[in-house]
Design a protein around this ligand. Structure first.
Ligand code: GLY
Length: 298
């Protein structure tokens, strides 16, 4: 099987001064994952590596620099699912963990479960994952915006990745800081299988982004995968999923997809959604901020 990877930096509005950072962050994430796939590594490794890059980049609402909750805390959710055995792992409302996607991966490999708050944090600690004082995940910019109660236009939302490896395994991963000012303990769609992500090697894999309260009732990721199962191309399946959300609820969302043949697709109804993808035919990732405008920022 020819490997493929696609990442997204969240369905959102990207101000002009943040375009370059969104571009380079998504590109770096796709490159990190691709390096693993290119060498025959697994899609699990690739998705984890790509999402870790996005979590470590304060441009994105995941890991360090996440949006803050009503108490001024960074409280995050993440999940991973793989399409061969339908294994999955998820964490919700955890604090003081640098790379929540790595916790989700370890849970998936240990025993599929959704661990929230102290339970997820304890799992991370007991499995030697990178924990830190919870204040270390707050970026200066994010703190200033929270203190001034500024409307955060370009940081709300989720990051995600979907990869297909040489063995034909499809994996999806998502990670988020949730919604600006959310109540402590709120968990959105990102960590919910079927909503924030889905992977089934019979059809494809999907990672979504958007307003959790809108993504959840339309089970967005599974809606996209069901469209693949109906024979739609990933482009059509992605558009179908977003159209379903628009028909039924209000809110912004986006999704990225790879089908079992390695074809990709993405769609969104927000102003922008940064994505980057890479295949064997390419020498560098293709990166987009708006779908109709491939970007080439040096
Ligand atoms: N998709 C992010 C959230 O609603 O939590």
């Amino acid at each position: 099987m020819r490997p493929v990877i696609i990442v997204h930096g969240g369905a959102k509005t990207i101000s002009e001064d943040k375009e370059s950072a969104n571009y380079s962050g998504c590109r770096a994430a796709a490159e990190a994952g691709w390096e693993i796939l290119r060498q025959g590594g697994s899609a699990i490794e690739a998705v984890e590596a790509a999402v870790r890059v996005l979590e470590s980049d304060q441009t994105f609402n995941a890991g360090f620099g996440s949006t803050m909750n009503s108490e001024g805390e960074v409280e995050v959710d993440a999940a991973m699912m793989e399409g061969e055995t339908l294994a999955w792992g998820a964490v919700g409302a955890i604090q003081g963990v640098r790379n929540p996607i790595s916790v989700a991966r370890r849970i998936m490999e240990d025993k599929p479960r959704f661990l929230v708050a102290r339970s997820g944090e304890r799992f991370a600690r007991e499995h030697g994952l990178d924990i830190c004082p919870k204040a270390d995940l707050v970026s200066e910019e994010q703190y200033q915006e929270w203190e001034q109660e500024a409307e955060v236009l370009d940081r709300s939302n989720t990051v995600g990745c979907v990869a297909l490896d040489t063995n034909g395994n499809l994996v999806a991963g998502t990670s988020t800081g949730g919604v600006t000012g959310q109540p402590q303990g709120r968990v959105g769609d990102t960590a919910l299988v079927g909503c924030g992500l889905y992977a089934d090697n019979r059809f494809g894999a999907c990672s979504t982004t958007g307003d959790g309260e809108s993504v959840i009732p339309v089970v967005l990721a599974k809606t996209a995968i069901d469209a693949l199962a109906d024979g739609k191309h990933p482009e059509e399946a992605a558009k179908h999923a977003i159209a379903t959300l628009q028909d039924r609820v209000e809110g912004e969302a986006g999704c990225i997809l790879i089908d079992r043949e390695g074809r990709i697709g993405w769609a969104y109804n927000s102003q922008e959604m940064a994505i980057a993808y890479m295949t064997e035919d390419m020498t560098e990732p293709a990166t987009f901020i708006r779908k109709d405008q491939p970007l080439a920022i040096a």
